[in-house]
Write a protein that binds this ligand. Sequence first.
Ligand code: URA
Length: 270
Amino acid sequence: MAKSGKPKSKAKTSDLHFYHLGFSKSKIAKLHITKALLSGDPARAERIAKKYLKKPKRIADHRGLSFWIGQLKDGEWVLSATSGMGAPSASIIFNELVQAGIRTVIRIGTTGAIQEGISVGEVIISQAALCRQGAALDIAPVEFPAAADPEMTMRLVLAAREKAIPAHIGVTASVDTFYEGQERTSSSANSRLIRSMQGVTDEYRDLGILNYEMESGTLFKMGLIYKVSVACICGVIAQRRASERVDQKMIRVAEDRAIQIAVHALGIKT
Ligand code: URA
């Protein structure tokens, strides 16, 4: 009882605030948001929301990562989130997104293709990853499979077909570093590679691996362990048969194709 004799007002129900996301659970829970598009680059997360979602609204801009909400065509609210670069950052964001209520994640990334017959500007849908990432070792034994959610992956494949965008489906090498770990020497500050990295691209090519990127392996493992559906689509911005370098002119084309497919796939109902 308060001094005035009036009963004390009930304490507000606590709203979980996420340290790394910079927003609270209620921000997305009140709109029943359970699906997220996850980009490494905050500018891509913003573009997805502004160009491909209805009623885009930024809900947080924290540690250089931006978080947006917006509606799909049918009015369903979704999140366009940023993971930052690499698996350690992506693992933290993924963990907090799941705590916030997210149950489906499509990573929209960029990638370097290592096989012949894949061109810059096309997209790669990962069915599984060779996971060479330290963060994943904190979460599961090295042998734990890094497999994408089959249903969401199928939706990405269907969406690519419906949009008539060339898409390659296969295994991705998900590694921790852009330079040494992807066997870059001529475009790197360090031209010397440790023995285990010398020839690794040829080895992966011989195994049929399609591409390099830096987050999907850990996210796939986390998805399986947390029982959250995770899929990954990347726009090809480097063709490693031709060059180590990223094709700057094709970044926007490749990203936009991957985004169009992912947004369409999120809206496919079973
Ligand atoms: N992202 C990567 O990890 N590698 C590339 O070559 C391009 C984008």
